[in-house]
Write a protein that binds this ligand. Structure first.
Ligand code: AMP
Length: 424
């Protein structure tokens, strides 16, 4: 292993890329603000049991993908593979449900899954997610879809599709479970090992299997929508009515179950036509049983998670989200010695006013410094020589239009105004 290579499935976000991330993060905060979601930050690792209980121990994530370790105090901890279970834990632990409901929260940060890395699939990736806790209103299911769509739209993304399903509740699911076991049993020898072992423990998981041989069998499996109880049917109908009211197009996908056991009723996924096999740019659903499962009061909730890395890939492939890179407000060129000291003092004062000031650290010629200023796309340049030092006056030059103005060096308000105006 070379010390200079990062762990498999991880990425560096380097200058030139980070600007896109920051731009996207700003859009995320804006859309969350509009929908009244506030940010919550939870630890990067949690007790392993939270995920085993919350996500479900027959899911791919818990069976195969968690980064679990024992710390020096002999505790089993896991790097968070997703954001919902930690958020629910924090909601209960901090008694966030004691005020008016629903509580609308969002999170943003890295998640960790031991998956086979490929384009758009990483072992450390970033998710942004929204969760509304404390209401069963189908309008919140729809807002959990509308919010990320608004985000995609504000980024200029096109070519995505919302897929929708309802997977029922503990009332109506047992009958469906039985039907699935009945359907898959004659095919057992053609199923993959995971599906064989899950058939009786958690047959719904089979619908999520990506193995080609299993996919062929899944195609003709019975659809859950035929088994929904009347409450779940009504809920699903309300979701669809609200989606239509908001002109949000969707496609029903009766095989959509998602990779977590905590979902109930509505589930959804958004896929992008711009990406290859890893084409899901976000997904979510209702999880009315999770809060109780984790130890809280029975509380209905619904949420959605956006895969930020994949969203950026889709945006890049459509040439969207280009950020015009800005250069410094001012490049201060000098001749070394006392002129360098003066330049450093002026830079310090102007930086204190929030302006971006660059100067030379290698005692290069003024010609070389001018080249550097150009390379950095500095908006203004000012040269401090012995004369400027003596007179406390210098010329500031606008690099875009070539205009020059004389400014005082012992009174920086005038200079900061010129630079500040261009900063805006
Ligand atoms: P999930 O938490 O599995 O519902 O995933 C929600 C979204 O996170 C997906 O639609 C993807 O966009 C993204 N995602 C999930 N797993 C990965 C991964 N290993 N690498 C990159 N993005 C991921």
């Amino acid at each position: 292993m070379a010390l200079t290579s990062r762990p498999r499935g991880t990425n560096d976000v380097i200058p030139g890329e980070i600007e896109l991330w920051l731009e996207l993060e700003e859009k995320i905060r804006n859309v969350c603000h509009a929908y009244g979601y506030t940010e919550i930050r939870t630890p990067m690792f949690e007790h392993t049991e939270l995920f085993q209980r919350g996500i479900g121990d027959t899911t791919d994530i818990v069976e195969k993908e968690m980064y679990t370790f024992v710390d020096r105090g002999e505790r089993s901890l896991t790097l968070r593979p997703e954001g919902t279970a930690p958020l629910v834990r924090a909601y209960i632990e901090n008694n966030l449900g004691s005020g008016s409901l629903p509580v609308k929260l969002f999170y943003y940060g890295p998640m960790f899954r031991y998956e086979r890395p490929q384009a758009g699939r990483y072992r450390q990736f970033t998710q942004f997610g929204v969760e509304a806790l404390g209401s069963a209103d189908p309008l919140l299911d729809v807002e959990a879809i509308a919010l990320p769509i608004e985000l995609y739209r504000s980024c200029g993304l096109s070519g995505f599709e919302v897929q929708l399903n309802s997977i029922g509740c503990p009332e109506c699911r047992p009958a469906y479970r039985e039907k699935l076991i009945e359907y898959f049993t004659p095919h057992i020898d053609s199923l993959c090992k995971s599906c064989q072992s899950r058939l009786h423990r958690n047959p719904l998981r089979l619908l999520d299997c990506k193995v080609e041989g299993c996919q062929r069998i899944i195609q003709d499996a019975p659809a859950i929508t035929e088994f929904l109880c009347s409450d779940c049917s009504t809920h699903f109908e309300q979701v669809r009515i609200h989606l239509d009211d908001l002109n949000i197009a969707y496609k029903l996908n009766p095989r959509l179950v998602r990779g977590f056991d905590y979902y109930t009723r509505t589930v959804f996924e958004v896929v992008s036509s711009e990406l290859g096999s890893q084409n899901a740019i976000g997904a979510g659903g209702r999880y009315d049983g999770l809060i109780e499962e984790v130890g809280g009061k029975p509380t209905p909730a619904v949420g959605y998670a956006v895969g930020v890395d994949r969203l950026l890939l889709a945006l890049k492939s459509q040439d969207k989200l280009q950020v015009a890179l800005k250069g410094p407000n001012l490049y201060l060129a000098h001749f070394g010695g006392d002129t360098k000291r003066k330049a450093a003092q002026i830079a310090h004062a102007l930086r204190g006013m929030g302006l971006w000031i660059e100067l030379d650290y290698a005692d290069r010629s003024v010609k070389a410094q001018m080249k550097a200023a150009n390379r950095l796309a500095s908006q203004y340049v000012l040269v401090i020589g012995d004369e400027e030092l003596a007179s406390n006056e210098a010329i500031v030059r606008n690099m875009t239009d070539g205009q020059e103005q004389s400014v005082r060096l012992d009174e920086l308000e005038q200079l900061s105004k010129i630079l500040g105006a261009c900063a805006k």
